[in-house]
Design a protein around this ligand. Structure first.
Ligand SMILES: Cc1cc2nc3c(=O)[nH]c(=O)nc-3n(C[C@H](O)[C@H](O)[C@H](O)COP(=O)(O)O)c2cc1C
Length: 166
């Protein structure tokens, strides 16, 4: 089984999360880890599971991730197992407190990625999630790399079960 993890990262935190996922999976699966590269469309040939991650910027994924989601070929996305994640600010670190409500209501990148993967034909295998940073440039909150590893394993295991049942 081949897992492709596509991510963007401005300050490196989302890249660290994606790397932790790849490390957690590579013992049992073939893993390709790709940072978005403008103009390059990831090759989905022989990919069984796609994981897409982005920093949340203005409640959304980065432009580069949005472009990749549009550029991936429809035929390869159809029925492909997929999952989405983002990085986002830990609400408890946001001051003044009323701003937390705005950030929360505004939404997060993973939701947008998941919606777009769905409308483009992917089969979402598990709940999208966000990993927390303690400031705009990081660092990641303690424990998030471990949580990323567990989440990725759970997504791929769910994907295997779904595929077996299909
Ligand atoms: C312009 C800008 C907009 C941001 N918007 C949000 C947001 O809407 N919600 C949020 O939780 N974090 C927001 N953040 C914080 C980012 O999510 C954080 O910088 C990112 O997770 C760090 O990941 P990276 O190191 O991979 O770039 C924003 C940061 C910047 C610089």
């Amino acid at each position: 089984m081949t897992v492709l993890i596509v991510h963007d990262s401005i300050y490196g935190n989302t890249a660290s999360i994606a790397t932790a996922m790849a490390q957690a999976l590579q013992h049992d699966y073939t893993v390709r880890l790709e940072a978005v590269n403008p103009g390059h469309v990831p090759d989905l040939t022989n990919v069984d599971m796609l994981i897409v991650g982005s920093p949340t910027r203005g409640f959304r994924p980065t432009h580069s991730i949005q472009e990749v989601l549009e550029a991936l070929p429809e035929a390869a996305l159809s029925g492909l197992r997929a999952a989405a994640f983002d990085t986002r600010l830990d609400l408890e670190t946001i001051q003044p407190a009323p701003l937390r409500w705005v950030i929360e209501v505004g939404g997060y990148a993973a939701q947008t990625i998941e919606r777009r993967l769905t409308t483009r034909g992917c089969h979402i295998v598990g709940e999208a999630t966000g990993f927390l940073v303690l400031g705009t440039e990081g660092p990641l909150k303690d424990g998030e790399l471990e949580r990323a590893a567990s989440w990725a394993r759970a997504m791929v295991e769910a994907s295997t079960i779904t595929k077996g049942a299909a």
